[in-house]
Write a protein that binds this ligand. Structure first.
Ligand SMILES: Cc1cc2nc3c(=O)[nH]c(=O)nc-3n(C[C@H](O)[C@H](O)[C@H](O)COP(=O)(O)OP(=O)(O)OC[C@H]3O[C@@H](n4cnc5c(N)ncnc54)[C@H](O)[C@@H]3O)c2cc1C
Length: 440
């Protein structure tokens, strides 16, 4: 087969790699000048700064397998971020709280949560655990029973402290989610088994950070004569026809036997004019939360600053999710501030300079001692479509979409089909390749 892969994020790269392993010819079309999509790093002031994904979950073993195949999974090349994720949470009482794994048991053990709330929280565990144990965390059907329940509303009945100081900041930090954006199904699914943002086995690459993986995949495919990697080629439309597919790009027409659609879910329908109404309805319902990252180089050593401050919305931090500080060892500090969805949307029309200015004012709001610090340099990675939202009813919609079955020459992959992580998206790309090969 000659397969066209549209989109060179981790999903498209995973699909292309798997197809090449099986000996199929691949044309990979990526609109940017580098592959990686939302999992990419740039060199900035001598530091590899991620523009999207920051870390991988040890539980998503397909990523470690992929890294092994690329020869980049050597102990000296990997950074274990577990310790760094023993977060310090910034709370109303201006008290630094040690934040361990994001799970109910961890929260129930925590001294900050009042005893009565803990007891009520623990009472929810058997029901949730039954759900988790019953199914494969990758299988969305195992979570469908909880799909119509809003996680914050559910847990707030048992422990408002857990929601305001654990669940919301944690989700806000990684996902830019607002309270209405995640169902209980998604929360259970995310915090169970292999998907857990637990305190163990969170890893990245020392050099280049998370973007090392997509960069190495891109290099591998670039050197592979069986893969035609075309960067800077935006696809305009995709047309399944007769025995193959025709794809219009801004550089001309590309044809093949089949296509892997590996673009974010909210872009699919716009690229496929002949798509049927039922599938179009699903893709039109896919929505993403924004998540910007703002980087600063500060003219001061880190000193007393904590590694991480998580800013709960309960304390009025609706825009900035967290702040992180790293000592550069040369009297300077590398800092980044992460924006939640609410802030990204609210200031969507602002220029980069305006956003940088607002973000710095948020930093000073939290840490007034930085008011006199000189910012030597800064940049913003704007990600208006960062993390696929999981509102109530999403899983039911996804199930309806999956029940429609497969198209003959088109397969889909991406984080909207599974969980919004690099590992899950990569896995969906591998699945898409397998589906095509079964059909062939
Ligand atoms: C700020 C941020 C932080 C995150 N943190 C984490 C984290 O710590 N851990 C984690 O696991 N996940 C994290 N994520 C989520 C993770 O990055 C994504 O779920 C994952 O990278 C999605 O991969 P993808 O291949 O599905 O999509 P993408 O990476 O978006 O890839 C799609 C590709 O398609 C290309 N494309 C789009 N339209 C066209 C077109 N018309 N023609 C050609 N090419 C096109 C795009 O340029 C892109 O390269 C984060 C995301 C963001 C934005």
């Amino acid at each position: 087969m000659r397969v066209i892969v549209v989109g060179g994020g981790i999903a498209g790269l995973g699909a292309a790699f798997r197809l090449r392993e099986a000996g199929h010819a691949v044309v990979l079309l990526e609109k940017d000048t580098e592959v990686g999509g939302r999992c990419r790093s740039v060199l900035w002031n001598g530091v590899w700064a991620v523009t999207g994904a920051f870390a991988f979950l040890g539980s998503e073993t397909n990523l470690t397998e992929q890294a092994k195949k690329l020869g980049i999974h050597q102990p000296d090349q990997l950074a274990d971020l577990t310790a760094a994720h023993q977060w310090n949470v910034w709370v109303k009482r201006k008290q630094a709280v040690h934040f361990g794994s994001f799970d109910l048991l961890g929260a129930a053990r925590h001294p900050f949560i009042p005893f009565g709330e803990k007891a009520r929280l623990l009472a929810t565990i058997p029901a949730l655990a039954r759900q988790v144990i019953a199914g494969d965390p990758r299988d969305i059907t195992s979570a469908a029973a909880f799909d119509d329940v809003n996680a914050c509303a559910y847990f707030r009945r048992y422990s408002p402290t857990f929601v305001d100081y654990f669940l919301e900041p944690c989700m806000g930090m990684f996902c830019g989610y607002g309270e209405d954006d995640f169902s209980l199904a998604w929360t259970v699914w995310s915090s169970s088994g292999r998907l857990s943002w637990g305190a163990k086995n969170i890893w990245s690459f020392k050099e280049r950070g998370a973007g090392r993986l997509t960069w190495a995949l891109g290099e591998h495919l670039r050197q592979d004569p069986g893969c035609d990697l075309r960067l800077g080629q935006a696809v305009r439309s995709v047309h399944p026809q007769g025995q193959g597919v025709r794809i219009e790009t801004d550089a001309g027409t590309v044809t093949g036997d089949a296509v892997v659609m590996a673009v974010p879910g909210n872009h699919v329908a716009g690229l496929m004019p002949e798509l049927d109404d039922a599938r179009r309805a699903f893709f039109d319902s896919v929505d993403y939360a924004g998540h910007h990252i703002v980087y600063y180089l500060l003219d001061r050593p880190k000193g007393e600053l904590l590694d991480t401050y998580v800013l709960p919305a309960a304390d009025g931090f609706k825009r900035t999710g967290n702040l992180r500080f790293t000592d550069m060892g040369n009297g300077k500090t590398f800092a980044h501030s992460q924006w939640k969805d609410w802030g990204c949307r609210r200031h969507a029309g602002a220029s980069d300079a305006e956003l940088l200015d607002i973000a710095w004012r948020d930093v000073v709001d939290v840490l007034p001692e930085l008011a006199t610090t000189r910012v030597l340099d800064s940049f913003i990675s704007r990600q208006p479509d960062a993390i696929c939202k999981r509102p109530k009813g999403y899983i039911a919609g996804l199930q309806r979409f999956q029940a429609l079955g497969q198209l003959e020459r088109v397969v889909f992959c991406g984080d909207y089909l599974s969980n919004s992580t690099v590992g899950q998206s990569h896995w969906s790309g591998m699945q898409a390749a397998e589906q095509l090969m079964e059909l062939a």
